[in-house]
Design a protein around this ligand. Structure first.
Ligand SMILES: Nc1ncnc2c1ncn2[C@@H]1O[C@H](COP(=O)(O)OP(=O)(O)OP(=O)(O)O)[C@@H](O)[C@H]1O
Ligand SMILES: [Mg+2]
Length: 363
C-alpha cells in the first residue's frame, strides 16, 4: 500500500539503496529494521528495539507522543542507517483488509470496480481513508481479478507520519502490519509456498496488546483480523495478584524467578488468559479449523513476543488441529553476521517480523 503516494519523491535525490527502513510502533516497543537486497536474497543489516513505558500507548491511542518520538530517534541511532526514508506500519480498528474478486477490464475499470465494491466493507468512512489494492491473480476463465484491498484511516497514518518526521526520518510509505507479516512469510518459505498457499495457512502474531490472525490462501491473505487481547493482560494480572510493579511482573513472566522457573501462580494466570484468547481465536477461525470443512487450513505458524509464552503454541495447535511452527524469517532471509549474536537473532525472529516486513518495501 503506498499510502503517501509520491508526494515525497523529490526527497529521493540522495537515496541510493531503494530499501526503506521498517518501523513497527508496537505497544511494548518501537522496532526498527534495515534490510538490503542482493539479487533475490534479502538480508537484515541492522535492527533495534526500544522499549516503551507501560502507559505510552493505551488502547491504540498514543498517550505520550514525546516518548514515541524519542524511541524512534534512539532506534534510528542504533541501526546506524545513512538513509532516513522509512515505511511505517499501522494496525488497529481503523485499518482493514478485504480479499475480493472483481470483474476484469482495463486498469481503470478494475480500479473503479475495486473502489465501488470496497465501500461497503470499510467501517470508518471511505472519504477519510487511503485505499489501495494489489491484484493477487487473474482468474481468466471467470473473467475476474482476485484482489486484496487495504485501507487505513488517514488520521492514524498522519499521526505516525508526524512523529516519525519529528524523530528526523522521512516517511515514504505506510503499510498494514498484517501485510508486512504476510510478506515476510512469503519471503521466508519460497520452497514451501505453493503447498502452504494451496492448503491454507493460519498465521498468528501474539503481540502485547493485539493478537493478529491471518489466513493465507491462494497466493495471499484471505482473512486478517485483530483481537484486542495480548501479553499485557497477563502482565497486569500478575501485577495485580502478586502486588508487583508492571516491570517486575513483566520480568517475572518473561524470565521466571531467580532460578528461571515460573511460579505456579503465574502458570495459572497464563493458562487462564491463554484459554480466553483461544476462545476468541476459535470464533474468528471457525470456518478454517472445523474438521471436515473444505476450507480447513493445513498449516499454522506463530510469531510475536507472546508466542514465547509457555504452552501457548501447544494450545494453539490443539485449537487448529494441526502442528504449529514458529514463523522463522531467517529460514531464507540472511542476516549480517557481524551485527548479531545468536540470542539476538532468535529474539528478532519472534518479535521483529513486522519491522522486517516493512523493511522489505522498496521505493
Ligand atoms: N519470553 C517471553 N515469554 C512470554 N512473553 C513474552 C516473552 N518475550 C516477550 N513476551 C511478551 O510479548 C509481548 C511483546 O511482543 P511484541 O513485541 O510482539 O508486541 P508488540 O508488537 O509490542 O505489541 P502489539 O503488536 O500488540 O502492539 C509482551 O507482552 C511481552 O511480555
Ligand atoms: Mg506487534
Amino acid at each position: 500500500m503506498s499510502g503517501l503516494k509520491d508526494t515525497l519523491s523529490g526527497l529521493l535525490a540522495n537515496f541510493d539503496k531503494g530499501q526503506l527502513v521498517g518501523i513497527d510502533i508496537g505497544l511494548s516497543s518501537v522496532k526498527m529494521a534495515m534490510m538490503s537486497k542482493y539479487k533475490k536474497t534479502y538480508k537484515l543489516e541492522s535492527y533495534a528495539a526500544v522499549d516503551l513505558s507501560e502507559a505510552a500507548i493505551i488502547e491504540d491511542e498514543i498517550q505520550k507522543p514525546d516518548e514515541i518520538i524519542d524511541a524512534i530517534s534512539r532506534a534510528f541511532t542504533q541501526i546506524k542507517s545513512k538513509q532516513r526514508i522509512c515505511c511505517i506500519g499501522v494496525d488497529g480498528p481503523n485499518t482493514m483488509t478485504k480479499r475480493m474478486q472483481v470483474s476484469d477490464g482495463t486498469a481503470e475499470e478494475v480500479e473503479d470496480n475495486v473502489l465501488w465494491e470496497s465501500e461497503q466493507y470499510i467501517p470508518f468512512g471511505v472519504e477519510d481513508s487511503e485505499i489501495d489494492y494489489f491484484v493477487i491473480r487473474d482468474i481468466k476463465d471467470q473473467d475476474v481479478k482476485d484482489v486484496l484491498v487495504v485501507a487505513a484511516r488517514n488520521d492514524i497514518s498522519e499521526k505516525l507520519i508526524s512523529y516519525t518526521k519529528e524523530a528526523g526520518l522521512i516517511p515514504k510509505v505506510v503499510d498494514l502490519k498484517s501485510i508486512a507479516i504476510s510478506n515476510v512469510f512469503e519471503q521466508a518459505y519460497p520452497d514451501r509456498l505453493d503447498e502452504l498457499s494451496e492448503n491454507g495457512t493460519i498465521i498468528v502474531d501474539f503481540g502485547a496488546q493485539t493478537t493478529t490472525v491471518i489466513v493465507y490462501k491462494n497466493n495471499g491473505p484471505v482473512l486478517t483480523r485483530e483481537i484486542p487481547y495480548g501479553g499485557v493482560l497477563i502482565t497486569e494480572e500478575i501485577q495485580r495478584q502478586m502486588g508487583l510493579s508492571y516491570e517486575e511482573a513483566e520480568d517475572l513472566k518473561k524470565s521466571g524467578d531467580e532460578n528461571g522457573n515460573l511460579p505456579e501462580e503465574i502458570m495459572g494466570i497464563i493458562d487462564d488468559k491463554v484459554v480466553s484468547l483461544m476462545e476468541e481465536l476459535r470464533k474468528i477461525l471457525n470456518f478454517y479449523i472445523a474438521a471436515g470443512s473444505s476450507e480447513q487450513a493445513r498449516f499454522c505458524f506463530a510469531t510475536g513476543g507472546g508466542a514465547l509464552l509457555p504452552g501457548i503454541v501447544e494450545t494453539l495447535s490443539e485449537l487448529v488441529g494441526v502442528e504449529v511452527e514458529y514463523l522463522n524469517p531467517f529460514e531464507t532471509i540472511e542476516f549480517n553476521q557481524k551485527n548479531f549474536s545468536e540470542d539476538e537473532i532468535s529474539y528478532i525472529a519472534s518479535s521483529g517480523v513486522v519491522a522486517m516486513g516493512l523493511g522489505l518495501r522498496k521505493v
